[in-house]
Design a protein around this ligand. Structure first.
Ligand code: NAD
Ligand code: NA
Length: 403
């Protein structure tokens, strides 16, 4: 079969395995020539390892200077009679291939990170594949649902505001159009459920479980990823359900940090830049901001993707670089601000000017729609040079790839 891109709304219904391989290789090539991570963790667990910031964290640690062995957890679909499988499935496979070629350990665990079963599998894998301990736990899950173990039901996150309803243009990647959409006000229950799914509870529970199993190394650290954004987006993000979940995550970081003192460890939240990922394309009324932001940051030469953000996080902020000996660089709230270039006042000034002019008719010119769409296609392995998209690929050959 020839694998073509299929987009429904903002969801990709197909992925190109060899394009995903190219995506992984590109990120590896980037970190190999970037400023290296010094004194980075050598045994790393990544929860949410198959795409976005989690995959980039894994690549940065293995190929960007730390030479880490990794265990990666993700929820992905393999090839079956229903389809070729998800992009993250192939990212896992090709990351592992490259890591093993470089003499590193890379174990992929595919399953529900909220479950006890996957916790058990991870503990066993840390014991057998990482020599029994981890030095770093990266928490990078992004999902809309979390099972409630007590009832067997699902908590579902919603993307709503907590103030007055917001009307804003939302992107449809299938039709390349912007359409007005109303972001409704969340009920208290919806806020609480979103905090359950995307807040810090599961992160804390993972650290507790790993601690109980005795697999956290002395000095073990953990990091989770957050977003705050500029004031123009507060009604839809920071003061919305997702922002409330992030606030919970920030508070949780303090609790985990206190707990880790006993083993000389630390917990941090890194506040990242707005980027196109499988998760972020769902946020209504957010696209005009990203389109304007990409345009301005690319013009200024300060634009970063996931891999640039993560390599900079780990080479300049998270591990104390030899030359400075400053420790982790944070703001007063102990947050690592990787959104510093995004929030620079000259950037935000120009972004606001563009957004004020942006309409459903001109957004492809005023904003960086081409770049946005390219990023989205690349997430699913499409649009790369050097990939033969006419190649006839059999399901059997994909099933034969080792995960
Ligand atoms: P992503 O969709 O690219 O990655 C999510 C990962 O979680 C994938 O590996 C997926 O397989 C895994 N996952 C989801 N549900 C799972 C489950 N039940 N069990 C196991 N694995 C599961 O998302 P992302 O954008 O990289 O988001 C990661 C974190 O970064 C999130 O906390 C997000 O809020 C944050 N963040 C994102 C942005 C952005 O603009 N994309 C900006 C700042 C912060
Ligand atoms: Na991720």
């Amino acid at each position: 079969m020839i694998i073509e891109p299929v987009i429904k709304g903002v969801v990709a219904r197909s992925a190109h395995p060899y394009g995903c391989q190219q995506a992984v290789r590109k990120q590896i090539d980037y970190v190999k020539q970037a400023k290296p991570i010094e004194r980075g963790a050598k045994r790393v667990l990544v929860l949410g390892a198959s795409s976005g910031f989690g995959l980039a964290s894994r690549i940065a640690h293995t190929f960007g200077g730390a030479e880490a062995d990794t265990v990666g957890v993700s929820f992905e679909r393999g090839p079956s009679d229903q389809g070729v499988g998800s992009a993250g499935w192939y990212n896992n496979i090709f990351f592992k291939q490259e890591a093993e070629k470089a003499g590193r350990v890379a174990t992929n665990i595919v399953g529900d990170a909220f479950s006890q079963q996957v916790r058990q599998q991870v503990i066993e894998s840390v014991k057998s594949d990482l020599g029994g301990k981890v030095d770093l736990v990266v928490y990078s899950l992004a999902t809309g649902v979390r099972p409630n173990p007590e009832t067997g039901d699902m908590w579902r996150s919603v993307i709503k505001t907590t103030g007055k309803p917001v009307v804003g243009p939302t992107l449809n990647l299938e039709t390349d159009s912007l359409a007005e959409m109303t972001v409704e006000t969340a009920t208290d229950d919806e806020v609480a459920d979103t905090v359950k799914v995307m807040g810090g509870e599961d992160w804390a529970s993972w650290v507790q479980c790993l601690s109980d199993a005795g697999v956290l190394a002395h000095g073990c650290r953990t990091v989770a990823y957050s977003y705050i954004g500029p004031e123009v987006t507060y009604p839809i993000y920071h003061q919305g359900t997702l922002g409330r979940a992030k606030e919970h995550m920030h508070t949780t970081a303090e609790e985990i940090n206190t707990q880790l003192v006993a083993i000389g460890g630390q917990a941090h939240v890194a506040v990242c830049k707005a980027l196109v990922t499988k998760a972020s394309v769902f946020i209504p009324a957010f696209t005009p901001y990203i389109l304007a932001l990409f345009k301005v940051m690319k013009e200024k030469g300060t634009h970063e993707g996931c891999i640039e953000q993560m390599q900079r996080l780990f080479n300049a902020r998270f591990y104390s670089p030899k030359e400075t000996e400053q420790g982790v660089l944070t703001d007063e709230q102990r947050l690592i601000r990787m959104d510093d270039w995004e929030l620079a006042s000259d950037v935000q000034q120009q972004v606001s000017e563009i957004m004020a002019e942006m309409t459903a008719e001109n957004f492809t010119q005023l904003g960086d729609y081409k770049g946005y769409k390219q990023d989205f296609m690349e997430l699913n392995g499409f649009g790369f040079e050097g990939v033969d998209y006419q190649q006839d690929i059999t399901l059997e050959s994909l099933k034969a790839l080792q995960s």
